[in-house]
Design a protein around this ligand. Structure first.
Ligand SMILES: Nc1ncnc2c1ncn2[C@@H]1O[C@H](COP(=O)(O)OP(=O)(O)OP(=O)(O)O)[C@@H](O)[C@H]1O
Ligand SMILES: [Mg+2]
Length: 271
């Protein structure tokens, strides 16, 4: 689908994050512009310290924007106050680099999943209905709900935990999913399965997926649009084909040279 037909989802103008003051000042994100559309898969690629996580925290509304403006569905985003923030978080959800940091370790897994159902307004459903929804979400990510009930998140493996995060997304069905290196703890085989699950979710609910990664090969494999980030700035962006097959910026060329076999790396038939 062309950009003109896709509805506006998240847009940014001059978005900047400055940490600290004076000598200790760090400009982590430096006047970036972006335009993410509904149903698009966007990758933000850059080396360690380039500002990817800082930008994603601003997109999520977890930290303030120092300068510039974020627009959500065409309007300046207004998330002042807890109530507006909670409303906004129905639209945007995240999967983090470290799955261990994403759960309250003292909540059992069924309550993690029940919370999602409640958030979507399913609080008053009969338990059998909730059970059905939770089982369905687990089987979507190849987990068996019956084996998980009564367990705590720390009793799962890293890979299982990341799958549980995707099961949550399946229940929450947000408009935007932000995934910060989501597959880092998973072997190559489950990694491609999980990426396929996210792509399937995109197709099913027209979700916008924002991937944050070091891996330009992965970005090429999954994305419609790619933004290349260096020292807090976007040095290049465009369709994945254009950006990665015909890169203009020296930095993009260098990232590509670090990946010897960009075409073969994500050939699923070899997994
Ligand atoms: N809370 C903070 N206070 C001060 N500086 C910070 C803070 N968070 C991040 N930074 C700095 O901002 C810059 C960007 O960090 P960020 O975590 O966004 O990078 P990244 O691209 O996500 O890196 P990685 O790929 O390693 O996860 C770094 O120089 C970092 O030290
Ligand atoms: Mg990061």
């Amino acid at each position: 689908m062309s950009d003109a037909k896709r509805a506006e989802c998240l847009r940014g103008k001059g978005v900047t994050k400055i940490f600290g003051m004076g000598d200790k000042k760090t400009v982590a994100v430096d006047h970036v512009d972006f335009d993410f559309r509904e149903g698009e898969i966007i990758s933000i690629v850059g080396e360690s310290g380039s500002g990817k996580t800082t930008l994603s925290k601003m997109l999520l509304g977890l930290i303030s924007v120092s300068e510039g403006q974020i627009y959500f569905q065409g309007q300046p985003r207004d998330i002042k106050g807890g109530k507006k923030k909670r409303e906004y978080w129905k639209n945007i959800q995240a999967i983090f680099q470290d799955p261990f940091s994403s759960y309250n370790m003292f909540n059992k897994i069924d309550s993690v999943l029940l919370d999602c159902i409640n958030m979507r307004g399913g609080k008053h459903l009969p338990y059998e209905e909730k059970f059905k929804l939770m089982s369905e979400a687990c089987s979507f990510v190849n987990l068996e709900f019956k084996e998980l009930t009564n367990k705590y998140p720390f009793e799962l493996s890293g890979g299982q935990m990341q799958r549980l995060m995707i099961a949550r997304i399946f229940l929450l069905k947000p408009k935007i999913l932000l995934a910060d290196e989501p597959t880092s703890m998973i072997d190559a085989c489950s990694r491609s399965t999980i990426l396929d699950m996210l792509l399937k979710l995109r197709d099913e609910i027209n979700m916008t997926v924002i991937f944050i990664t070091h891996d330009i090969g992965l970005a090429y494999y999954i994305s419609d649009q790619v933004y290349i980030m260096e020292h807090g700035k976007f040095v290049e962006h465009g369709a994945a084909e254009e950006c990665i097959i015909h890169p203009k910026a020296a930095y993009t060329k260098r990232l590509i040279n670090d990946v010897p076999k960009i075409y073969e790396e994500w050939d699923l038939s070899t997994v």
